[in-house]
Structure formats: structure tokens, C-alpha cells
Design a protein. Structure first.
Length: 160
């Protein structure tokens, strides 16, 4: 069962690469008292994710902040080292938090997994974007398989 608008985001621990090394980031730390745009995608360094999804959020980070967003976070079922390297490659720096959901626990908890085994990727996250305000989902845009329309930074900006 997928998470819905009005639901509280379930508790989970993600990982973020910092200058000091990997750091745990709980969903409580991420969302409590903040408005956060979260977007999930199937994998780091994959074509649509690298060419369109992350770059759109990097480019529009300031516009999102101007609309009251406190943080932008990318979550993918990859390890923290891959997410750290991908963040550097995408020049995400302080614009987009690159969060690893290494075992897919968060994707499973929100009911947004996909089977990527046909591509040798195992269980991954579906492509989505959501606006979370103080831990409650206010907007949820889940893509149809193979699509990239409703989860873009531009689509989220229009809805804010």
C-alpha cells in the first residue's frame, strides 16, 4: 500500500555522505518542523535520473526555497558512497541532499518500490516527488512506469 496525501511519513534512517564520512539521517530529523521536497528515483548515474531529474532540482533549488521549502532531498536505493559521488558529479552541494536508502527500507515503508531485476538492479524506488510539511505528505506525484512528468522540479514548483 502506497503512502497518500495526509499520511505521516514513516520512521526510517537514511544515510548522507559528509566531509567526515557517512552520517545517519532519520526521517524525524529531515522532516520535523520543516517543509521538504523529496524526490525518489530508481538509481544513481542512470540516464533520466542524471540527465533530467537531479539537474532540475539543482537548478530550481533557490526557486523552491523562495516558495517556502526548507530543504530538497533526493532519495535512491543506492549506497551512501554512490550517492556521495553522484552528488559531486551532479553539483548538488548545498542545493540537494543526496540520501541513500541502501536496503530500500524507506521505499518499502512508503510503498513505492519497483522491480528492476530485469535490468539487474533488484528492488528499487519508483520515480516520485512529494512535498512533506512537518512530517505530513501534502503533495504526492508518482510517475507511471518509464515516465518523467509529474515528479520534476518544475511540476512541484507549479504546485507550490
Amino acid at each position: 500500500m502506497s503512502i497518500n496525501v495526509g499520511d505521516k511519513v514513516p520512521a526510517a534512517t537514511l544515510k548522507q555522505m559528509t566531509k567526515e564520512g557517512p552520517k545517519d539521517v532519520t526521517t524525524d530529523e529531515l522532516f520535523k518542523g520543516k517543509k521538504v521536497v523529496v524526490f525518489g528515483l530508481p538509481g544513481a548515474f542512470t540516464p533520466t535520473c542524471s540527465a533530467k531529474h537531479v539537474p532540475g532540482y539543482v537548478t530550481n533549488a533557490e526557486a523552491l526555497r523562495a516558495k517556502g521549502v526548507d530543504a530538497v532531498a533526493c532519495i535512491s536505493v543506492n549506497d551512501v558512497f554512490v550517492m556521495g559521488a553522484w552528488g559531486k558529479d551532479q553539483k548538488a552541494e548545498d542545493k540537494v541532499m543526496m540520501l541513500a536508502d541502501g536496503n530500500g527500507d524507506f521505499a518499502k515503508a512508503i510503498g513505492l518500490t519497483m522491480d528492476g531485476s530485469k535490468f539487474g538492479m533488484g528492488t528499487r524506488s519508483q520515480r516520485y516527488a512529494m512535498v512533506v510539511d512537518n512530517g505530513v505528505v501534502k503533495t504526492l506525484n508518482v510517475e507511471a512506469p518509464g515516465a518523467f512528468e509529474v515528479s520534476s522540479a518544475e511540476a512541484i514548483l507549479k504546485g507550490l
